[in-house]
Write a protein that binds this ligand. Structure first.
Ligand code: ZN
Length: 413
């Protein structure tokens, strides 16, 4: 999906605004001698922006509009170091609400819905984004914020909430509580809008079945407005994103090269009309792919796949980029194995090798299961792993996903 002429014009407006303001990125562009881009090829040569750099702009170095036009800031907390502060103009706040209302509409939510909002309100962009989008749509917001499950369930019954907005883990917790308390017949939920993070198909199915609702993944990040820049429609063929507000690329996280549609890589976003803190080619470190072709719903907005993980999780094996989530997804399609697995990567005789350990019960032919898993990995990802099948209970039980992938290649020196 090449950048269009109209999108290029908008990028040039942003470049002009950034340099005129002398903001953090304005100075960077100026130092690199960039004043405008004429072609898609020019655009692909623009330097990336990174969260680590944004921290250097703390507190208000990203501010690109005059201060009297800034109406709000939001902040994304890093796990380490200084937070990132994103200033918003009134137009930015309005644009975000328009995009968010579009998300609700895409999920089939209407003015008649009652939307219970459980993400947090405050410096970060979650709760208030869901709220402004809801009001823009004209639906009724039930602004709960996080926690207090008793109160959540009480309001859900009394207000006859039809839409729940939450994280996947909180949705699961609510589903379990509703089942435990035997109040499912008093719950009116029809849909769930879930902040997009990597969550397994199994978890998704569980929430959807237990609550009897349709689930929608909403995408976004604080640096780029917040949640609300994309969502799946009822055909559930990936998330539509709003290409009148953002331009989205998928790059190889190692080489930085733009990948063709359909290939998995890192999401990079350029804001096309943002005033308070425009970002050009911002690396999200989220992994996904652009889904080629048109959606059955008829919307022209392009689509990305659900988020498959973070670039930090990526492994390179026999020259192929592999993400643990891809292996996990393949293993998840084999009903004869347990949910426990272990992946070991080593470098033997000059070659990278992946060994996958899985568990099954004695009623299956271990060799046959191993062969079928290896074949599926080969056909889906492009290399053949060594698959070892063991009895159920043999693999270590661990809570942490990361402990399931052991890269032994770096132990050798
Ligand atoms: Zn669609």
């Amino acid at each position: 999906m090449k950048i269009s002429q109209h999108q290029l014009d908008l990028v040039n407006d942003r470049i002009r605004a950034l340099t005129a303001s002398g903001s953090f990125y304005g100075k960077k562009l100026e130092a690199a001698g960039i004043t405008s881009v004429a072609t898609p090829e020019d655009f692909e040569k623009l330097p990336f922006s990174e969260k680590n750099d944004l921290r250097d702009a703390y507190p208000l170095g990203l501010m690109t509009a005059p201060e009297e036009e800034i109406v709000r800031i939001h902040s994304s907390s890093g796990t380490t170091g200084k937070p990132v502060i994103i200033p918003y103009t009134q137009k930015d706040v309005d644009d975000w609400a328009i995009m968010f209302a579009r998300c609700y509409e895409t999920a089939g939510i209407t003015k008649k819905d009652r939307i219970q909002i459980t993400p947090g309100y405050g410096l970060w962009t979650a709760g208030i984004g869901f709220q402004n989008g809801c009001e823009r749509l004209g639906a009724m917001a039930v602004p709960m914020g996080p926690g207090n499950t008793d109160k959540q369930l009480q309001m859900m019954q009394d207000m006859e909430t039809t839409v729940i907005c939450s994280t996947s883990s909180y949705a699961l917790l609510l589903a379990e509580e509703i089942a435990k308390r035997g109040i499912k017949d008093k719950i009116h939920l029809k849909k769930g809008v879930i902040g997009s993070e990597r969550w397994s198909k199994k978890m998704r199915e569980r929430i959807s079945t237990e609550l009897g609702i349709e689930l929608y993944d909403i995408y976004g990040l604080t640096e780029i407005y917040g949640p609300g820049i994309g969502i799946n429609c009822k055909y559930d063929t990936g998330m539509h994103y709003w290409d009148d507000y953002i331009y989205l690329e998928i790059i190889d996280p190692v080489t930085g090269k733009v990948l063709p549609d359909g290939e998995m890589g890192e999401i990079v976003i350029t804001t096309l009309v943002k005033e308070g803190a425009p970002l050009i080619r911002y690396r999200t470190h989220d992994l996904s792919r652009i889904i080629p072709g048109k959606c059955e719903c008829g919307r022209e907005y392009p689509r990305i796949d659900v988020i498959m993980g973070r670039t930090d999780d990526m492994m390179k094996i026999k020259g192929v980029n592999v993400f643990p989530s891809q292996i996990e997804e393949i293993l998840g399609s084999f009903t004869e194995i347990s949910s426990e697995y272990q992946i070991r990567i080593s470098h033997l005789d000059g070659k990278d090798t992946m060994r996958i350990y899985v568990e099954t019960s004695g009623s299956y032919d271990f060799e046959d299961v191993a062969r079928r898993i290896a074949e599926k990995v080969k056909s889906r990802i492009g290399f053949t792993p060594i698959v070892k099948v063991v009895e159920i209970g043999v693999l270590p039980r661990s809570m942490k996903k990361t402990a399931r992938v052991i890269d032994e290649r770096y132990d050798e020196n």
